[in-house]
Design a protein. Structure first.
Length: 441
């Protein structure tokens, strides 16, 4: 009778052979291993539980990766393996099949109950991958099977991805399946702003036809401001016709007409000038006067000071919202602040902290990665001097958040994250005044 250790070694050997057969596409070898194992239940268990050490890929992931339909069919219909095993990055076989543009396999997986819209650690779903590949057959297949049309990943929503690539057919299809034309978060630009920046007029028209909100945006470029910088005035004219407001928000750093002046876009300025309220800080309220003033050194200094004041106000609001445990409102403030100061590690770390407290692990992960990438090139300053201790605490928190985001079910990662989060809060609260905390920005 075989010992426990011998049985264990036999299972490991079988598992390694199964993975090897899947990676090489050797269906005959896989069937031979099944016959050698003998027990159908035991073979299925090994296929489901044994994965590649470096990637976490199961044998089904390997079969999908190389587009081996017959092996996928054998594993799912004959062996009856799970159709939704996860890699270490939480990719499912259907997501991997979409990435590889294996339409027949995607269709087969759907027929056998695969979860179409399960996101990986960065939020990518099968639909995101289909759009990134520009494969409309896959896009239509997934949408017709009720893929989640507004799933957000680190590259944005499916609609943001489609618009950024000027994929008119994809935009049309997504909107017809109920995509929200205004939704944006991980990627700060709204679909309308993306349409202008990617110079896709057809996408812009589709979004406006779907009643996209022309005045919705985070701090930064509004759709109208983005259009004001473009030499092709048809974007600008279409947005104004759709009720975009050139005088929106008194707190804006610059108005659309000023954006046009910065790039000396006279054609856009001539369109905007009659509908823009006079701005008091321009002594000569003419097109030439605005251009001359906006390119002066005095005006540039004034603009930099104005930006600092806006960021400080956003940081103050974010801090007090966080103290009141209103993390959703705090996130909004820090999103705006980091759009204005994208290299400020402290603002980004505060954003990551608030997103983590809301359970938005994908976004916390994105902010943490960005902040870690900036350190130590952008060290933490306290009272105008580099604070090495603060740098260590913040970086430790961000690394813990990153590890936790990659594996949220790992108890050790969860414990490390909670400890690092506690240390970060303690460090903040040890500041003698709110002014000292604000000085970190």
């Amino acid at each position: 009778m075989a010992s426990t250790s011998e049985i264990g070694a036999s299972i490991i050997e079988a598992g390694a052979s199964i993975i090897e057969a899947g990676a090489s596409g050797n269906l005959s070898q896989l069937k031979a291993i099944r016959k050698k194992v003998g027990d159908e239940w035991e073979f299925r268990k090994i296929c489901d539980q044994y994965s590649d050490f470096s990637t976490g890929w199961s044998v089904l992931h390997h079969a999908v990766e190389i587009g081996h339909f017959e092996m996928c069919k054998f594993l799912i219909k004959n062996v009856q393996v799970s159709v939704d095993p996860f890699t270490y990055k939480m990719d499912t076989p259907i997501a991997q099949a979409s990435k590889g543009e294996h339409v027949q396999i995607v269709e087969f997986l759907i027929e056998h109950g695969a979860k179409i819209s399960f996101p990986n650690v960065e939020g990518f779903t099968a639909l995101h991958y289909a759009l990134l590949k520009g494969n409309m057959e896959l896009v239509e297949l997934l949408l017709s099977n009720r893929a989640f049309v507004d799933a957000q990943c680190v590259d944005g929503t499916p609609l943001q991805i489609a618009v950024s690539r000027g994929n008119v057919e994809a935009v049309k299809s997504l909107l017809s399946h109920g995509a929200n034309p205004d939704l944006f978060y991980a990627v700060a630009d709204s679909p309308l702003v993306i349409a202008v920046k990617s110079r896709s007029f057809e996408c812009l028209k589709l979004l406006l036809g779907a009643n996209a909100h022309t005045n919705m945006y985070f701090q930064g470029l509004s759709p109208l401001s983005a259009a004001a910088r473009d030499r092709d005035t048809k974007f600008l004219k279409s947005l104004l016709a759709a009720k975009a407001d050139p005088n929106l928000f008194e707190g804006d750093i610059v108005k659309p007409i000023e954006e046009a002046a910065m790039v000396r876009n006279r054609a856009a300025m001539e369109i905007l000038f009659p509908v823009t309220k006079r701005l008091a800080h321009y002594p000569d309220w003419t097109i030439d006067g605005i251009i001359k003033c906006i390119h002066s050194e005095e005006f540039k200094a004034m603009g930099a000071e104005k930006m600092r004041n806006v960021v400080t106000k956003l940081d103050i609001k974010g801090m007090y919202f966080a103290y009141d445990k209103d993390f959703k409102s705090a996130v909004i403030q820090y999103r705006k602040a980091t759009n204005l100061r994208p290299d400020n590690t402290t603002l980004i770390s505060k954003l990551s902290m608030c997103e983590a407290r809301l359970g938005l692990r994908i976004y916390a992960l994105l902010a943490a990665r960005k902040c870690i990438g900036l350190m130590p090139e952008q060290p933490v300053l306290v009272r105008g001097e580099i604070d090495d201790a603060a740098n260590v605490i913040i970086k430790k928190f961000l690394m813990a958040a990153l590890a936790f985001s990659l594996d949220p079910y790992n108890k050790d990662a969860g414990h490390s994250f909670r400890v690092a989060l506690f240390d970060y809060f303690v460090w903040l609260t040890q500041m003698s005044s709110p002014d000292e905390i604000l000085s970190l920005s």
